[in-house]
Design a protein. Structure first.
Length: 328
C-alpha cells in the first residue's frame, strides 16, 4: 500500500481537503505565489489579481478587480482574444489548457513585459465560469539571453560586430535589398603599415589602434549601418539604402576622420614609422548578385587600393577586375 493510500481517508488527508476548501487559505496561497495569478469571469472581467500580478503590471488590486477587462492587461490588447481561442483548441495540452506560451503583458509606463503563460478554463456544475492564468515574468531571463547574444556577435576588443555576425547580416541584407529593389553598399578595408607598428610597439599599442578604428566606425556610421571586425586588422562596413557614390563619400569621411585622429592619439610614442592608414574597397550590390560575389568584388577593390600605395578608397566596377580609384 502506498503512502498516499495510507493517508487517504485518514486525519491528515481530511485536514488537507478542509484546508483547500477554506477560502481564506486559498486566497493566502494565491497571494504568496511568486508568479502573477490573474483570474477572469466568463465576460473577461478580472476577478483574481494577486500581489505578483500587481508587481508585474504596475496596476493596483483595488483598481483592477471587478473593473478591468483582461484585454487591458495584455500587450497588444487583441492578444487576449487570441489566447482565449487557444484555450478552446487542441494546440496546448488539450481543450481548456494552455501550457507555457510566451507572450507580453503591459507593464508600468506601457512597457512590454515578456511572460510565460499557463492557463486553464474554470468550470462549475459542468458550466464554464471563467479562466485563470499563471504569469511567470521572463524579464531577467530575456535580458540574460540578450546579453549572451550580444557577446556572441560582438568583437570584444573593438566593441563592433564580429566575423560570425558579418556573414549572417550580409546574407540577410542582400536578400532584403534584392526583394525591395533598394541599394546596398559593402566596404571592406584593412590597415596599411599596421604590422611594423605592431611589431615595434607591441600588441597593446596595436590593440589601441584597432580600438581607434572601432571608435571611428561607430562615430561616422548612421544608425542603420553596421560595422564589423572580420579579421586581425580587417574590417567591413555594410551600408543599407546606399549606392556606390553615397558609400564612397561616407567612406572618405571615415578615412579622413581616422587619419586626423591617429597622429594625435599616437603622438606620445614619437614614432618615425609610417602612419597607419586604410586601404578601402567598396562595391554596390548588383541585380541578382549573391553575397559571396559582392564580397569578392569589394575585396578585389581593396587589393587595388593596396597596390596603389594605400590610404585611399577604390570603387569596384560591375565586372570583377574593373576598379575605379576615388579621391585620395
Amino acid at each position: 500500500m502506498s503512502d498516499f493510500e495510507q493517508l487517504e481517508g485518514g486525519p491528515s488527508y481530511k485536514t488537507g481537503v478542509e484546508m483547500l476548501a477554506n477560502r481564506e487559505f486559498l486566497e493566502g496561497l494565491i497571494q504568496l505565489c511568486p508568479d502573477g495569478i490573474i483570474g477572469v469571469d466568463r465576460a473577461g472581467t478580472v476577478i483574481i489579481f494577486n500581489q505578483a500580478a500587481e508587481n508585474l503590471t504596475g496596476l493596483g488590486h483595488d483598481s483592477v478587480v471587478g473593473k478591468v477587462s483582461i484585454t487591458q492587461v495584455y500587450q497588444p490588447p487583441e492578444l487576449a482574444r487570441a489566447i482565449k481561442k487557444k484555450l478552446y483548441s487542441q494546440e496546448q495540452g488539450g481543450v481548456g489548457i494552455l501550457e507555457g506560451i510566451e507572450v507580453y503583458v503591459k507593464g508600468a509606463g506601457g512597457r512590454k513585459v515578456p511572460i510565460r503563460l499557463s492557463a486553464a478554463l474554470l468550470h462549475k456544475d459542468g458550466q464554464e465560469i471563467g479562466s485563470v492564468g499563471f504569469f511567470h515574468d521572463l524579464t531577467a531571463r530575456k535580458q540574460l539571453e540578450e546579453e549572451l547574444r550580444k557577446h556572441s556577435i560582438t568583437d570584444s576588443l573593438t566593441g563592433i560586430y564580429n566575423r560570425r555576425h558579418f556573414h549572417e547580416v550580409l546574407s540577410d541584407e542582400v536578400e532584403r535589398s534584392g526583394r525591395y529593389g533598394r541599394p546596398l553598399a559593402l566596404a571592406v578595408f584593412d590597415l596599411d603599415h599596421f604590422k611594423p607598428f605592431n611589431d615595434t610597439f607591441g600588441h597593446q599599442e596595436g590593440d589601441n589602434i584597432l580600438r581607434l578604428v572601432g571608435e571611428c566606425m561607430r562615430s561616422t556610421l548612421r544608425s542603420l549601418d553596421r560595422a564589423f571586425r572580420v579579421g586581425g586588422d580587417e574590417f567591413a562596413f555594410l551600408m543599407v539604402e546606399t549606392d556606390l557614390t553615397q558609400g564612397t563619400q561616407a567612406l572618405e569621411r571615415f578615412r579622413n576622420a581616422f587619419n586626423q585622429q591617429w597622429p594625435r592619439r599616437m603622438s606620445y610614442l614619437q614614432t618615425s614609422l609610417s602612419a597607419v592608414t586604410m586601404s578601402i574597397g567598396v562595391a554596390e550590390l548588383l541585380k541578382d548578385e549573391k553575397p559571396d560575389k559582392l564580397l569578392l568584388r569589394a575585396d578585389l577593390a581593396m587589393y587595388e587600393a593596396k597596390k596603389d600605395g594605400g590610404n585611399l578608397t577604390v570603387r569596384a566596377g560591375a565586372r570583377i577586375g574593373l576598379q575605379n580609384n576615388s579621391q585620395q
